[in-house]
Design a protein around this ligand. Sequence first.
Ligand SMILES: N[C@@H](CCC(=O)N[C@@H](CS)C(=O)NCC(=O)O)C(=O)O
Length: 241
Amino acid sequence: MSSDKQITLYYSKMSVNVHRVCMALEEAKLSYKTYPIQIAAPKPAWYLEKINPKGLIPAITYGGPDVPGDHPSPSATVITESPIIMEFIADLRPHAGLLPADPVARAKVRMFIDTVNTQLVPAFLRFLKEGASYEPVLDGVRAVQRLLPEYYENGNGTWAVGDTFTIADIAAAPFVARVRLPGKYSVGKYAAGEERLLQDALDSPEFARFKAYGVRLFERPSFKATYDEDHIVSEWRRLLA
Ligand SMILES: N[C@@H](CCC(=O)N[C@@H](CS)C(=O)NCC(=O)O)C(=O)O
């Protein structure tokens, strides 16, 4: 299905928060175009002025004429912050079920995203980019795992909230995938050996539910279509050397 209005996504393939938006757009079956923005590099003046003064991606423009990404139209709406963009995409396509109608389920989706964002993400990024200890990463994983329902063979408990795949799962997936990469490739700024301690803990029985959740996430077609592990690892090697 194509969008009624144009969507331009300011994009980098390695960006974890852009990854969320790509998954949401895939799930909602919305067509969009991308405009490349380089991470860890000065952002163009037009981007800071017209799209995101914080200089961060993702951002989207929605509506207005179909113009080149570096000439955004003043009549398009600019939306920033991955949780807000994910909700917007869910609102554009309510039938995709990415944000449930039930108020309790909606609150649970938002609490799950908040837990990922406040407890897992900062600890993981500090570990990866600044060499902080792996232990707060495990605390973050523990906090996320606590919210995961028990999984049954009949499919109950497949996803974070209820049995429907939602933006809670999309918010988690790019991070659940990346948390395994230090142990797999020894890439990052942490002290040597910390990645093994992290990986051993993640493989221990305590985190079995989180690990099994990851296996289900990685099978999701919207994840497969948007995840390029080799590219992420080579960019991390370049930027974190
Ligand atoms: N809270 C923002 C965080 C966005 C963010 O940190 N984006 C990173 C990429 S994942 C970025 O743009 N960094 C700029 C840079 O490294 O140059 C969101 O969820 O969208």
